[in-house]
Design a protein around this ligand. Structure first.
Ligand SMILES: [Zn+2]
Length: 479
């Protein structure tokens, strides 16, 4: 008999590859998986009875804004409680590192935190902060284009970068990748990057080529009326720079664009014959970001998630606040700003089509630290497993898990993660496929999900029986 730290016995192991589950046990030692299936040669310090529940690789949330949250709320309950063991941060062009500013702090940077909290000129400084107070989950970081723009261009962001500014951004990006960033992100639909031409993005994405596993993830220039052109631009950027692309939180926003995911997915599918192209999606028909008039215009309804000057309106409908104030919509938005909102602006049929498209990964796009966050922050992964797998039978459980684990690890180059395999890191989630479900609502979003039994990160129990179990062994993941 060999000794090991932990055995999870008699579970249905769904290994992350997309293959159906099979009954077996998993042995863990020193943070690694040492045996899968038959563990009769092992005896463990601690055994967790699987009881026929599903044992899967810990979920990888490929689209997060958890850069600051891992430092401020290292227990990361909103993620661990839904089975997430790794987050990819630095999305949508805004990364907390590398970042320095002489004062420029335009939207959407306030989604991450306050200006004075941005104190990491290098990725190495950020990694040090993270490792000195380890969070429960692992984190991999993308370098944000808008962060680079603020570093190189200061307040003058409403124009294309000149050649000296591009050179500066390339230098900072190169160092960030050398220090362990796993790729580059843009937020081309947001004010700090809207005026960046395609050529600027291609010039920067080109830096990734020296780093073979690096990816380019983009919150595209447009997710509404011009979404098709935006997908074309994204694919062209990937081709010209010769890098893999990931389309972030793919959607077709606004009533007049309902149904257009048919077109966008066709484009992505055709491109995949000759280039690496992926996408992520969250399982809700409402989005959430900073409060901006252009998003309000394309939405059926808007809820306020936070307002710094008017916190008394957190959680209220924007329309009701406008009526109460008796002012114009634009004036109300100005008075509420800095503020965030939830926008009801998508079609369930598009969501189902995107979610069930085989290359799609699950990413929450959750926004931590808000008084009334979008429920995706707490519920994304259990919602896919409960609503879309068990209730609507959109795809199999094994397929869903692949979209949350193996596919995500492969796309983002997270080695030794995303699969239940010997030699892989023991990031695992044990859950009940008959009861797993999100619990948060738009009215009451901060609710741990149902059916998540045990979450193991780096071989230690981080969540059990509906409560945090204390382990904080998250690592800064690099290629
Ligand atoms: Zn985004």
């Amino acid at each position: 008999m060999e000794r090991c730290d932990l055995i999870v016995s008699n579970a249905v192991i769904v290994d992350g590859s997309g293959s159906e589950g099979r009954l077996g046990s998993v042995a863990v030692d020193g943070g690694k998986i040492v045996a899968v299936g038959d563990v009769s040669g092992w005896s463990a310090e601690e055994t967790i009875a699987g009881d026929g529940l599903v044992l899967a690789p810990g979920f990888i949330d490929v689209h997060t804004h958890d850069d600051m949250a891992v430092l401020k709320t290292p227990d990361m309950t909103f993620k661990v409680s839904q089975g997430v063991t790794t987050v990819v941060a630095g999305n949508c062009g805004i990364s907390v590192a590398p970042f320095t500013t002489e004062g420029s702090f335009p939207p959407p940077f306030p989604l991450l935190g306050e200006a004075q909290e941005f104190r990491f000129p290098t990725v190495a400084a950020y990694q040090e902060a993270l490792e000195s107070n380890r969070p429960a989950v692992n984190l991999a970081l993308l370098t944000g284009h808008s962060s680079l723009r603020v570093i190189a261009m200061g307040e003058k962001l409403d124009q294309a970068a000149d050649s000296a500014q591009i050179a500066k951004m390339k230098e900072v990006l190169h160092l960030a990748l050398k220090q362990g960033c796993i790729g580059f992100s843009t937020g081309l639909g947001y004010p700090p990057a809207m005026r960046a031409p395609e050529a600027e993005i291609i010039a920067l994405a080109d830096v990734l080529r020296e780093f073979p596993a690096a990816v380019y993830a983009t919150h595209m220039r447009d997710e509404g009326d011009h979404v098709v052109a935006a997908v074309e631009e994204t694919l062209r950027t990937g081709r010209k720079a010769g890098v893999p692309v990931v389309i972030s939180h793919h959607k077709c926003a606004g009533r007049s664009n309902y149904g257009r995911s048919g077109e966008t997915l066709k484009l992505i599918e055709a491109a995949r014959a000759t280039q690496k192209a992926g996408l992520d999606v969250y399982p809700y028909t409402a989005s959430s970001t900073v409060l901006l008039p252009e998003y309000v215009r394309e939405s059926d309804d808007v809820l306020i998630t936070f307002s710094d000057p008017h916190p008394e309106h957190n959680g209220r409908r924007l329309e009701d606040v406008v009526a109460e104030w008796g002012c114009s919509l634009n004036e109300a938005i100005e008075r509420l700003y800095p503020a965030g909102a939830i926008y009801f602006q998508m079609d369930e049929e598009d969501l189902k089509r995107i979610l069930s498209y085989p290359p799609s990964m699950v990413g929450s796009d959750g926004l931590p630290g808000q008084p009334r966050p979008h429920p995706r922050l707490w519920g994304t992964f259990p919602r896919v497993l409960g609503r879309y797998v068990r209730q609507l039978k959109l795809f199999s459980l094994a397929t869903a898990i692949h979209k949350m684990t193996g596919l995500s690890a492969e796309t983002f180059g997270l080695k030794d993660r995303g699969f239940v395999r010997e030699g892989y890191v023991a990031d695992l989630v044990l859950f009940d496929p008959d009861t797993v479900e999100d619990a948060g609502t738009f009215e009451d979003p901060e609710q741990p999900s149902h059916g998540i039994s045990t979450v193991i990160i780096d071989g230690a129990v981080a969540w059990q029986g509906g409560a945090a179990a204390g382990a904080r062994r998250g690592q800064f993941l690099t290629h």
